[in-house]
Write a protein that binds this ligand. Structure first.
Ligand code: HEC
Length: 147
């Protein structure tokens, strides 16, 4: 239906500037980042449990990409995101990254728990203490984490 196609194009053209504006941070999808954070942090944990170093490295990078996005957010609903990241998640993430690079399994395991503690510490500091992460080892995915 060409008429519909035209309408779709007009709609897309109208939405394009909107999506560019949101990349600037004013219409930040903060909860969306957190949803991804949980998703990748969970898969990172399953990779840690399975002792799969290649997957640990992969998911650590996915988490890192979100951390880098959040580092550019000075303020979200009055929460000093970049500042809180520096004292919570960023150092915990670096510890984990180093342990993964060294392939030191017990250190990776401890650092992963440290990462989740950092998530929780930021939630606490941001008045969202009721959002609490724990180290879960059940795999709800069709993906296998075995090396
Ligand atoms: C900079 C502080 C900060 C850090 C670090 C942080 N969070 Fe959050 N998180 C928040 C805030 C604030 C909210 C509530 C956002 C809202 O509701 O507007 C939130 C919400 C969430 C939610 C609820 C949204 C959903 O998808 O169900 C989850 C899950 C979550 N965070 C997971 C994590 C995980 C996992 C980590 C660590 C890997 C993490 N967060 C690190 C501040 C943080």
């Amino acid at each position: 239906m060409p008429h519909r196609k035209k309408l779709l194009l007009v709609l897309l053209a109208a939405l394009l500037p909107l999506s560019i504006a949101s990349a600037g941070g004013d219409k930040l999808d903060f909860v969306g980042y957190m949803t991804k954070m949980q998703y990748f942090a969970h898969k990172l944990g399953l990779s840690v449990d399975a002792g799969n170093v290649a997957l640990q490295d992969y998911y650590a990078h996915e988490v890192e990409e979100i951390v880098e996005k959040l580092e550019q957010v000075d303020d979200y609903k009055g929460i000093p995101v970049a500042k809180l990241l520096k004292t919570t998640l960023a150092p915990a993430f670096e510890t984990l990254e180093d342990a993964v690079k060294a392939g030191d399994a017990p250190a990776v395991n401890a650092a992963y728990d440290g990462l989740l503690a950092a998530c929780n510490n930021c939630h606490k500091a941001a008045n969202h203490a009721y959002i609490h992460m724990e180290h879960r080892s059940d795999n709800p995915y069709i993906q296998t984490f075995a090396p």
